[in-house]
Design a protein around this ligand. Structure first.
Ligand SMILES: [Zn+2]
Length: 298
């Protein structure tokens, strides 16, 4: 090969290299754009909206449709301080249902503040007491605000307009509070959603398998390997999985084995530590996600 040819080839290779770098840069810039904040809508539309809040190593999910509002868990105590104004900003003036999946700080910590700030039609919680300070604070708040604590039974249902909810699981005074976690299913026209709380593999095995297949799974116990057992995930077979988890948390959630199982099943995974607050919208046929930087973490 002559020198002229060599330098020509070098130039071609260099150009290809630059092109690849440019394509990669544009790709990552686009990805960055997706996580930029989207204006909050006080929606009076017919869309179901679900917010899986980025509350660090904790859990809080809001389900809103027309003027119906359901809150599942309220993060740690510090999260309540930020969640309450955020709910008000969204135009929420009451909750039809507030569900405390179980009495751990990372689920009920912020809840007494919610009880003091909004009228609540129904308050659901497993029937177990707890030593946590946040538990006694919550009991005090419910008493002061005259909100009765209700413990639903397995297979009980409630409807809010077109939203159909089923209690799939609730434990009875198990020593491990996670096993008491309320597991909730939501059906909205042709779409369906599971909210697992911190339910363990034992609870997953006890749920009626006919009730499991769904589109969006809120993964149990922040992606712990003691939840999301293989037969359960294979039956649920969600299109999307959402994991509420803190950045670099001490428990190393989500566990790799859970992520591997979800990947094997071809599930698209969103995580609050990577995607921030995960905002879902559905018209009952299709489901869309976007990501909000809500500054709720911590
Ligand atoms: Zn938890």
């Amino acid at each position: 090969m002559g020198d002229g040819m060599k330098s020509f080839l070098k130039k071609v290779l260099l150009s290809i290299g630059i092109l690849i770098v440019l394509v990669l840069i544009t790709h990552y810039m686009d990805r960055d754009k997706e996580t930029k904040p989207v204006p909050i809508e006080n929606s009076s539309s017919d869309l179901l909206e679900i917010y899986y809040f980025d509350v660090g190593q904790a859990d809080s999910t809001l389900i809103s449709y027309q003027n119906y509002h359901v809150l599942i868990d309220a993060g740690n105590t510090v999260d309540g301080v930020k969640l309450v104004p955020y709910f008000k900003e969204l135009g929420i003036d009451h909750f039809d249902y507030v569900i405390a999946t179980h009495a751990h700080e990372d689920h009920i910590g912020g809840m007494s503040r919610v009880v003091y700030n909004f009228p609540i039609d129904h308050f659901y919680m497993p029937n177990h007491s707890s030593e946590w300070k946040s538990y006694s604070n919550l009991m005090k708040a419910l008493e002061k605000e005259n909100v009765p604590l209700e413990t639903p039974s397995v297979d009980s249902t409630f409807d809010l307009g077109d939203l159909h909810f089923t209690i799939l699981w609730i434990g009875e005074d198990k020593e491990d509070y996670n096993e008491n976690s309320i597991v909730l299913r939501l059906d909205f026209f042709n779409t369906s959603y599971l909210f697992m709380g911190d339910a363990t593999g034992d609870s997953e095995r006890n749920i009626d398998s006919n009730q499991l297949p769904c589109d969006v799974l809120k993964v149990g116990h922040h992606g712990s390997k003691y939840s999301s057992v293989a037969p359960f995930l294979e039956t649920v077979k969600p299109k999307y999985a959402v994991i509420s988890v803190g950045k670099e948390n001490e428990y190393h959630y989500p566990h790799q084995v859970v992520l591997d199982k979800l990947e094997y099943l071809g599930v698209t995974v969103y995580r609050t530590d990577l995607n921030h607050t995960i905002h879902l919208q559905s018209n009952g046929r299709s489901i869309q996600f976007d990501f909000l930087e809500t500054d709720l973490d911590g």
